[in-house]
Design a binder for this molecule. Structure first.
Ligand SMILES: *Cc1c(COP(=O)(O)O)cnc(C)c1O
Length: 359
């Protein structure tokens, strides 16, 4: 095996199949899907897979990612997910067709920038229905939409919300109805059509699949359920998707039999923490060439169920391989499945080679 390590293996055909399955579910409800690319830094192979899988839009939280998506010739509309920074409005109106917003001041800046660039920018007004991340408080929504409705080169196309990110609040028929009522109130106050109600992210799929999603909710922004095939409320496999869409491969650089508890008096580790050690006696241990600069150490699961991840520092991952089912020796390449956080780190790390795998 001569392929370099550490590497992130990407399986675009599997991601495409996941996208098709999730998009079909949303389309059956009459909802459009913005497929979210931020967790894989908008890798071109994945962007193409999402497009082929039926995405109606592509969404990302970073302007740089949207820029690289347009550079590969994307024709679908692009949506910026993170609330715009006032200093970035010129780039945003250039790179994004849609953005999610919560303040009139920023919308004024977007309007000016759009006028200057000679484009019309589309904005969705985010409302906080309980998760306490982004969005105006519900009783301020009408005022914000009214203020924004007068701005030139800016089209307020609807409202949206985001749940299950900061507060972990689960989407329910109640909080979704609240969003619909807020849209109706804004519509009445301004006369704008406000056709889009963007109900949320992957966390909305369980309610949708159970038939409890109000029919007025006609847009979702879906990342993890497609890219990792997970129900994000409990991280169980999402029906109709596969979970082996990415693999992380690292290589063993040292293998030794050692005790499982450190010897000597102990202070802080390299990251200022104190660790607990389970005494399993003398064990066969391996060090891999991957660390916290490339992954979230707690967020990777070895493909071999006999291997235990003990911990890691910036550049070293320590494994217990005593009960490995596979052959483990110096130079062996060890496969892991990443969590969302580990995938986010892996795609961002320039030290991780990204390899597209067919099949
Ligand atoms: C990241 C993000 C999403 C997608 O979330 P997933 O849980 O990956 O589906 C949707 N909306 C916003 C505003 C986001 O930041």
């Amino acid at each position: 095996m001569y392929i370099r390590t550490p590497r992130l293996e990407i399986f675009p055909q599997r991601i495409e199949a996941n996208a098709r399955s999730v998009v079909q579910l949303c389309h059956a409800h009459g909802a459009q899907v913005a497929c979210v690319t931020k967790v894989m830094s908008a890798h071109p192979s994945v962007v193409h897979a999402l497009e082929a899988g039926g995405a109606d839009m592509i969404a990302d939280s970073r302007i740089l990612n949207l820029q690289s998506i347009s550079n590969i010739g994307m024709t679908l509309p692009l949506m910026l997910l993170r609330i715009p920074a006032p200093s970035a409005v010129a780039d945003i109106v250039r790179c994004a067709d849609y953005s999610l917003n919560s303040s009139v001041e920023t919308l004024e800046l977007l309007s000016e920038a759009a006028e200057f660039a000679g484009v019309t920018h589309r904005a969705i007004i985010m409302v906080d229905v309980g998760d306490l991340r982004e969005g105006v408080w519900p009783d301020k929504a009408v005022e914000v939409v009214r203020g924004a409705s007068k701005l030139p080169n800016l089209e307020i196309v609807g409202v949206g919300c985001n749940l299950a990110c900061y507060g972990g609040v689960i989407p329910t028929a109640e909080n979704m109805h609240m969003l619909v009522e807020i849209r109706d109130a804004c519509r009445k106050a301004t006369g704008l059509p406000l056709d889009i109600i963007s109900g949320g992210n992957s966390a909305n799929l369980p309610l949708l699949a159970a038939g409890g999603m109000p029919k007025e909710i006609n847009h979702f922004r879906i990342g993890e359920a497609i890219t990792l095939g997970r129900n994000v409320l409990d991280r169980s496999p999402w029906p109709g998707t596969r979970q082996d869409t990415f693999r992380i491969v690292a290589e063993i650089v040292e293998i030794e039999c050692k005790p499982s508890v450190p010897i000597g008096s102990r202070g802080q580790d390299a990251f200022g923490g104190y660790s607990d050690f389970v005494d399993r006696g003398i064990r066969k241990r391996a060090i891999c060439n991957i660390g916290r600069q490339d992954v979230v150490v707690d967020g990777i699961t070895p493909e071999d169920p006999g291997i235990i991840v003990l911990g890691g520092s910036s550049d070293h991952l320590v494994l217990d391989v005593e009960e490995a089912h596979t052959e483990v020796e110096l130079g062996s390449q060890v496969v892991f499945y990443p969590s969302y956080g580990a995938l986010l780190a892996a795609t961002t790390s320039p030290y991780m080679q990204k390899v597209v795998v067919k099949g």
